[in-house]
Design a protein around this ligand. Sequence first.
Ligand SMILES: C[S@@+](CC[C@H](N)C(=O)[O-])C[C@H]1O[C@@H](n2cnc3c(N)ncnc32)[C@H](O)[C@@H]1O
Ligand code: SF4
Length: 244
Amino acid sequence: MLYGKCIAKEPRSIIVIDTPGCSWRKCSFCAVHQQTVDEDTALLQVKTAFDLIPRDEKILQIVTSASYSDYPVSVQDLILRSVQNLRPDTVILEQRWGLRDLTLDVSAKFNEIGVSVEWIVGLEALAREDRRYLGKEDYDADIPVLRRYFKRVNLLFGYDGKGAKSLCTLTHEMNVLLPLFNVVSINIYESALDSILKRDNGLVEDFYNSPQFLEWKINPKVHIFDTDFRAESDFGGIDTLARA
Ligand SMILES: C[S@@+](CC[C@H](N)C(=O)[O-])C[C@H]1O[C@@H](n2cnc3c(N)ncnc32)[C@H](O)[C@@H]1O
Ligand code: SF4
């Protein structure tokens, strides 16, 4: 469990609640789903996290170690009750593409208690072959269909190999996606345990030295996450951080 009060770009509380596991698990880059916990631990993480959130919080992001619908029903119920007590305006949740239909039911439950939901999808790359290289679910990312379910997308950048994404491709992806989605997150790849993909530090340097980075860094719709916090963007603006 992690708690952070984000003060940059989109002020909000961010909590990380681990899931018992991802129902896909085939993404070769994914370090996130390796953080799995049993149901009781996830329930305890929810209680601990909600105790840390300020009572007047308007926006709450719940980062899962998989997809929201991978949480057991008991965990989803506890989150819903906890959100009802907190009464934020918006919660931000994430879901993989294959579980998109389940977002509708979850959103309806939050809407019933007066809270709106913005969903993030881990798109990672715009081109289907680039997603295949990463082991993502194989689907045609038809943008109008994506937008029906998701208001935010994650892109991955900075990995090596024959299917590595160039800065030019990332720039193209950003130009296409930014006008259409509320937030586009660029996640700078951190070599995942057991993955054959490695972080390409040269490529990451090119990213930080590019004029595009200077633009994206100050664009409120672009969130950049890097484990070394060099981006100083969004997660770089974390004020308090609690770990349990
Ligand atoms: C839990 S995952 C995504 C949500 C959902 N499971 C999906 O696939 O749509 C959250 C994000 O973490 C990022 N991520 C996963 N592993 C990473 C790694 N090793 N380095 C950097 N970002 C990573 C990806 O961009 C991913 O979209
Ligand atoms: S990126 Fe999402 S779908 Fe892929 S393995 Fe990680 S948690 Fe599962």
